[in-house]
Write a protein that binds this ligand. Structure first.
Ligand SMILES: [Zn+2]
Length: 385
């Protein structure tokens, strides 16, 4: 059995529909109230519209660099998914706890919060910081405001543990991501006079094929980084929209693509090459019509995580996780930002598996919550002995 308090908190957290498009303020009010009852002060760092917030709190002395436990409070939508259970109500069957966010990543947050009374009781000689964010699922957007605030703190945490689901394995690396929207503006005309128009779909197709060739080039020639299922940077086009009727030469086409880069590759360099090709095409298009254009807008971007295998943080967290294996993950986290922007040694280690994340009937197994509870108990012992 996991602690009743962990399950009680998880039940509360799942009850808040904190899909990224919604406010997370009710959830944060609950967390703040819970901490306040334990005598722990916390700070909310709001978005510009005051609709969402990050939460930062320190348990123990603020004059010493501590261990930061980081998690995001938002979840992906359930829209279009076939759930056989209530997504925003925690339900249990045979040790499996179902609900949106159980594994990604309210299970971790519940375990952390349930451990706060013990953190206070022991007490800690080295502090534990809680950093809970919003808008992670749409490209690590919300945490940037927290990081901005933390830049003014006199002291940065010595260690950051991101509790994204890794089945409690210690993960030292993940790829970075750059996502962009491309809009092609052509010139419409009757399709019977197609050569007089500029076909936006055709130009978009050429750009997409260029990206596909770039992807192929990465697969063939690298650079490569061991440890990943796909050990090189990937390039992928995900959606295309263009044209209105077959008998009109389309004047508009837009598509979304992303680059997921390994640490030694800068996606901005690849973007510059793509922009140069787009400019070539624009020059061609403008021979026919001066208003033709291709615009490229970055919609999301976060750096990869690449913590050295022999870094102190890795040995420290492996000891707590009682794990010796090295693991990489195929999804991004806020860890790259904490590591790159604030220079905090960071690893990812949390309960549950991303095999269950983002899917209908998302669940976390009780054994994962228990493993994370044991991890937390060892962490508290380590920081209070
Ligand atoms: Zn997540």
């Amino acid at each position: 059995m996991a602690q009743p308090l962990t399950l009680e908190i998880l039940d509360q957290l799942i009850g808040f529909d904190t899909t990224s498009c919604n406010s997370n303020l009710q959830l944060m009010a609950y967390v703040q109230g819970y901490l306040e009852n334990l005598g722990v002060a916390s700070q909310l760092i709001h978005d510009t519209k005051e609709k969402k917030a990050n939460l930062f709190a320190t348990i123990g002395s603020e004059n010493k660099a501590g261990v930061m436990l980081s998690g995001h409070t938002d979840t992906v939508p359930v829209t279009g998914q076939r759930w056989t259970r209530q997504p925003y109500q925690l339900t249990e069957q045979d040790g499996f706890y179902y609900g949106r966010g159980t594994t990604d990543m309210k299970g971790f947050i519940a375990v952390v919060l349930a451990a706060v009374p013990q953190m206070i009781k022991q007490p800690l000689h080295t502090p534990i910081h809680l950093a809970f964010s919003y808008d992670e699922e749409i490209g690590c957007v919300g945490v940037r405001r927290l990081i901005h605030t933390m830049q003014n703190h006199p002291l940065q945490p010595a260690v950051c543990i991101i509790g994204e689901p890794t089945s409690m394995q210690v993960v030292t690396a993940h790829k970075g991501k750059l996502a962009a929207k491309v809009t092609v503006t052509g010139k419409e005309c009757h399709s019977g006079m197609a050569p007089q128009g500029i076909n936006a779909v055709n130009y978009a197709a050429r750009l997409i094929v260029w990206l596909e060739q770039l992807a192929q080039n990465k697969a063939n020639s690298g650079p490569f980084e061991a440890g990943y299922d796909i050990p090189y940077s990937t390039v992928h086009t995900g959606t295309v929209k263009g044209g209105t009727a077959l008998n009109i030469v389309p004047n508009h086409c837009e598509f979304l693509f992303e680059i997921r880069n390994i640490a030694q590759e800068n996606p901005r360099d690849l973007l510059v090459q793509f922009e140069a090709y787009a400019e070539e095409l624009v020059n061609q298009m403008r021979l026919t019509d001066a208003d033709c254009d291709i615009s490229i807008e970055i919609t999301a971007e976060y750096p990869g995580l690449s913590t050295a295998e022999d870094a102190e943080v890795v040995a420290f967290v492996k000891k707590l996780a009682q794990s010796t294996a090295n693991a990489n993950i195929n999804f991004g986290t806020e860890g790259g930002l904490f590591s790159n922007v604030l220079g905090i040694p960071t690893v990812v280690c949390g309960p549950g598996s991303m095999d269950q994340g983002h899917k209908p009937d998302e669940f976390i197994h009780i054994s994962q919550l228990q493993q994370c509870e044991a991890f937390m108990a060892r962490l508290i012992d380590e920081l209070s002995a």
